[in-house]
Design a protein around this ligand. Structure first.
Ligand SMILES: CSCCC(=O)C(=O)COP(=O)(O)O
Ligand code: MG
Length: 224
């Protein structure tokens, strides 16, 4: 019996287009000024140091900004980049430049599952701060009361089975009692290898008859 649901964001609760056409360009445009203004801030300094280590060198600030932009353009899920993006998006949400896109069917079912007593969690490559911002400033208002916890790549990559083992440990539940929702097959494969139940959200892609994961066109089609 399913006791908890862990959901991905991009392509699952929220549209690919919101992330790729709104969030990423906003971070890209504001990143140079943000780094220049906040580089003495200890939290930002630590992210710059992490990024420098991952880039394998002692990049100066201009080169580091170029590196961050290259990572954004390649949609790299680099943890310090994702944390920096979260800090930059804070201003965008606060200024009302955008609200977090969440599909109506996702909101409807998340609310129903929460009402039924299921525990709901988020696991996204976006930082925990970015996740809370998106759901806290969503098109449907503040959805954060629905969630019991958030995970990002600090627990491990989404295509790594060990990440799901760690999440199950943190939830204190047998993996078989946790349902993972995602639009990415490799993420579902990793979750399934850890023992999770899975549903493949196929909102904007063709269904795959040979897939090992049950597929759902949207959250209304998810049964368990
Ligand atoms: C948390 S909102 C921004 C999403 C994001 O930055 C991202 O890389 C999407 O990753 P996901 O794991 O949700 O597909
Ligand atoms: Mg996704």
């Amino acid at each position: 019996m399913i006791e908890a649901i862990v959901t991905d964001i991009e392509g699952t609760t929220s549209s690919l287009s919101f992330v790729k056409d709104v969030l990423f360009p906003y971070a890209r445009a504001h990143l140079p000024d943000f780094v220049a203004e906040h580089c003495a801030d200890p939290e930002v300094q630590a992210l710059l140091d992490d990024a420098n280590r991952l880039a394998g060198g002692q990049l100066d600030q201009a080169a580091l900004i170029e590196q961050f932009i290259a990572w954004i353009d390649a949609d790299q899920k680099i943890t310090p980049l994702k944390s920096l993006q979260g800090l930059i998006w804070l201003d965008g949400y606060r200024n009302g430049d955008f609200t977090g896109h969440v599909y109506a069917d996702a909101v409807r079912n998340l609310r129903a599952w929460h009402q039924r007593g299921l525990k709901l969690y988020v696991y996204s490559s976006g930082s925990v701060q970015a996740q809370k911002l998106l759901f806290g400033h969503s098109d449907f208002g503040d959805l954060t009361p629905l969630f019991s916890g958030y995970f990002d790549t600090r627990i491990g990559g989404k295509r790594e089975t060990d990440s799901y083992r760690k999440i199950a440990d943190e939830l204190g539940l047998p993996a078989a009692q946790i349902l993972f929702l995602s639009d990415i097959r490799e993420e579902l494969d990793a979750a399934r290898a850890a023992g999770f139940a899975t549903r493949w959200l196929v909102r904007e892609q063709a269904t795959d008859a040979g897939a090992e994961h049950l597929q759902a066109a949207d959250f209304d089609a998810i049964r368990f």
